[in-house]
Design a protein around this ligand. Structure first.
Ligand SMILES: [Zn+2]
Length: 500
């Protein structure tokens, strides 16, 4: 790890214009401390600077993931062929079976996967607060990982009993808000990298409760509030944007994940309030949440969208993969009506630059951090990826069109270096060692206090914990859980069908 200045020398640097047009220029880039201080040709090397040879490399802004449940590492592999309803009780609500130390290691694994694949900032929607310790453990792990994060604390519908499947009726017990206020009062963490935001999904609560809660959250200094918005027969046909609008809560501090199934009226409310949407293509397509809205020509909301992963228990955390998935699925949907009419579109629908921007500047705006991240510019944080232009996947594409190379040809192994806040977190294609000390002040019961660990250590810890968690999950009556969840959510079972 290094906190001294670094000169990225002779690379192809991707620069955003004011209109988000991306230019590839040959230049050096100087990092001093945590800030980009120069992007020019032939920068004279400061005596203290470490020189990184970037010949045959693309120097790219770090990707930004605007919706992710980062704790879910121990659930990876469970949901490959599941839709939303089954994921909820076999995945999401098994947070109730996680100890605080399970959360710590799961969260650390999630943050490190993000870094490995080039995500330098994540908006973490975190519904895990079964106790104050759970949330503290998650924040501590985030700090240790080195990623930049807005950790969005979420009052969680806590499972009370699995058989019968019931929730604790008191969502907002005293400790829930106290824990949040305590966390927020000490923020930011990790030399400013980790901020506290807020997440809320319990729109069934009385209006007065919600309005009072949001007032307290804003009074605690929170700049970003996020909520899931999915309108279908399982999640309900109400409109969260409409509810928020009615309650006076829909404003530019709001980030809505998905917004799939939204009516045009709801999208208009989002547009007028200048709030943002996190589109998570893979989970939306897999879990039948609805078609991603970001490139939908009828909704025309692309300028207020960013990209997210949602669940790395479902898919890879790679934002570049999500750029590709979104672009090609939107193209497929766009071309089909032409084909159905026995015609062919003359023009390609959308561009690689469109989706590259969704995962960089678009996501930065969605996170409310466009002044600091999302592009490579003097004065911004040094959150930077270095891609190898000569790898089997990248060669030829990278030399001709670097943005196309990243969106369509790259895989995470092509990212040689990941820098966050001026600190190298991945080097020579390998995650750097992780110091567990910086999280100690927040939560320290990791079982490895004061240690510096490598990724292999983390992966061993994860495997052991995954096995133990698996035993607990296997003991549950999932038929009963499914029934209980259908009842608790008020789902009309006649809507659950296999054919139309
Ligand atoms: Zn989600």
């Amino acid at each position: 790890m290094s906190t001294t200045s670094m000169l990225l020398q002779g690379g192809t640097v991707l620069i955003h214009d004011a209109d988000d047009s991306v230019k590839a220029i040959k230049a050096d880039l100087l990092i001093e401390g945590k800030i980009i201080t120069k992007i020019e040709k032939d920068i004279e090397t400061p005596s203290s600077a470490e020189i990184i040879d970037c010949k045959d490399k693309i120097v790219c802004p770090g990707f930004i993931d605007t919706h992710h449940h980062v704790w879910q590492t121990l659930l990876k592999g469970r949901h490959a062929n599941q839709l939303l309803l089954d994921y909820m009780y076999t995945g999401n609500f098994t947070s109730s079976l996680h100890s605080p130390s399970d959360i710590f290691w799961g969260q650390l694994g999630g943050c490190l996967e993000c870094l490995e694949v080039g995500t330098t900032t994540v908006v973490d929607h975190s519904p895990i607060n079964y106790s104050p310790q759970h949330s503290l453990a998650a924040v501590a792990a985030t700090v240790c990982s080195g990623i930049r994060s807005i950790y969005c604390y979420c009052p969680t519908s806590r499972v009370q009993t699995w058989k019968p499947f019931t929730f604790n009726p008191n969502l907002l017990e005293d400790w829930v808000l106290k824990t949040f206020e305590n966390l927020a009062s000490k923020a930011p963490y990790g030399q400013g990298r980790v901020q506290i935001g807020f997440a809320f999904d319990s729109w069934y609560q009385p209006r007065e409760t919600i309005v009072n809660l949001f007032a307290k959250v804003k009074a605690a200094g929170v700049k970003l509030i996020t909520s899931h918005v999915v309108r279908n027969a399982i999640t309900g046909l109400h409109s969260v944007p409409q509810i928020m609008h009615n309650y006076g809560l829909l404003d530019s501090s709001v980030l809505l994940s998905h917004a799939t199934g939204s009516t045009k009226e709801s999208i208009n409310l989002i547009r007028e309030a200048n709030c943002h949407i996190s589109t998570t293509p893979s989970t939306e397509l897999q879990a039948a949440l609805g078609f991603p809205v970001a490139l939908d020509p009828d909704l025309d909301i692309q300028s207020q969208c960013g990209l997210g992963i949602d669940c790395h228990s479902y898919i890879s955390a790679s934002i570049a993969s999500e750029m590709r998935t979104l672009l090609q699925s939107a193209r497929g949907a766009h071309y089909q009506p032409f084909l159905d009419s026995e015609k062919v579109s003359e023009k390609a629908y959308k561009s690689v630059e469109d989706v590259f921007n969704l995962g960089t500047m678009g996501s930065a705006r969605a996170a409310g951090m466009e002044e600091k991240i999302g592009s490579l510019a003097v004065g911004k944080f040094a959150d930077i990826l270095i891609f190898d232009c000569l790898s089997p996947g990248m060669v030829c594409a990278a030399q001709l069109d670097p943005v196309a190379a990243i969106v369509l040809h790259s895989h995470p192994g092509d990212i040689e270096m990941v820098i966050v806040d001026g600190i190298v977190r991945k080097k020579e294609r390998k995650l750097q060692d992780i110091d567990l000390n910086p999280g100690n002040e927040i939560w320290s019961d990791t079982g490895k206090n004061g240690e510096i660990v490598c990724w292999r250590d983390v992966s061993k810890e994860l495997q052991g914990r995954q096995m133990e968690l698996g035993k607990k999950i296997d003991e549950l009556d999932m038929v009963e859980a499914r029934k209980g969840l259908i009842k608790a959510y008020g789902i009309d079972e006649s809507k659950l069908v296999n054919t139309l």
